[in-house]
Design a binder for this molecule. Structure first.
Ligand SMILES: [Zn+2]
Length: 244
């Protein structure tokens, strides 16, 4: 099918739906310039003694907090990035009452920055940080701008401040997962974009979809292409810039 026909079909599906859910992966953020730290040519193996999976693990955070924060501030600081056309169009669809939820694997908060309200952040957010002792909240600036020892410390009690980001070895937040499942199960149109659907929990969550149309937008094929009503092998930006 020609790209133009695919866009027409997608616009028709959106027009006929009032319960859209968008499920997004790293590809949504890379178009804002944020590197995918899981990709081979991303950030890996540059100047650190450990692979990112090790550094971004719970046990590493607990035992090598200073080293963790060195990497975290160097590689995970997405504060300066701006939403792209995909974030913006999705926020508009929600405002128009068409889109009910976004489920994302990204932690950069760009959907909220674009104006989206109902966002299930499966892997947490760099914008939320909590003191491990007294639970006091700290924003992203506090953690990324800290100097001295490099470890952000609570101004109230001196406890170590930890990002509300799901590290390796940690489980997902139950409430977030339940909200995501509920939204997906109730949707009549599920648009999946910017993910190869290989990383847990993406592949598991879309199984809950029971609605009319599953749309997959990804540059490469996925194992779910045959289940979709519409598959568009294009960049998200190219697709969403043509959404009505
Ligand atoms: Zn504290």
């Amino acid at each position: 099918m020609e790209f133009e026909d695919q866009i027409n079909q997608l616009n028709d599906m959106i027009k006929n739906s009032n319960n859209i859910v968008f499920f997004g992966g790293a590809g949504v953020s890379t178009e804002s310039g944020i590197p995918d730290f899981r990709s081979k040519d991303g950030l890996y193996n540059q100047k650190y003694d450990f692979p990112p999976e090790t550094i971004l693990s719970h046990s590493f955070f607990m035992s090598e907090t200073k080293e963790f924060y060195k990497f975290y501030r160097d590689k995970m600081n997405a504060l300066k990035y701006e939403p792209n056309i995909t974030h913006i169009k999705l926020a508009k669809l929600e405002k128009d009452g068409k889109l009910k939820a976004i489920v994302t694997q990204n932690i950069d908060g760009l959907h909220q920055k674009a104006g989206s309200k109902c966002v299930f952040e499966l892997h947490g957010s760099i914008h939320r940080n909590y003191c491990m002792k007294c639970k006091k909240f700290y924003d992203g600036e506090f953690v990324f701008n800290v100097s001295n020892t490099g470890i952000p410390v609570c101004s109230e009690c001196g406890g170590i401040v930890k990002p509300d980001v799901v590290l390796y070895e940690e489980g997902l937040d139950d409430e977030v997962v339940e909200g995501a499942i509920k939204s997906i199960a109730n949707a009549d149109l599920l648009i999946v974009g910017g993910t190869s659907l290989t990383v847990y929990p993406a592949s598991g969550l879309i199984r809950y979809f029971n609605g009319d149309n599953l749309v997959l937008i990804n540059r490469d094929s996925t194992q779910y292409d045959h289940l979709a009503s519409l598959v568009i092998h294009e960049s998200l930006g190219n697709v969403f810039s043509k959404i009505d």
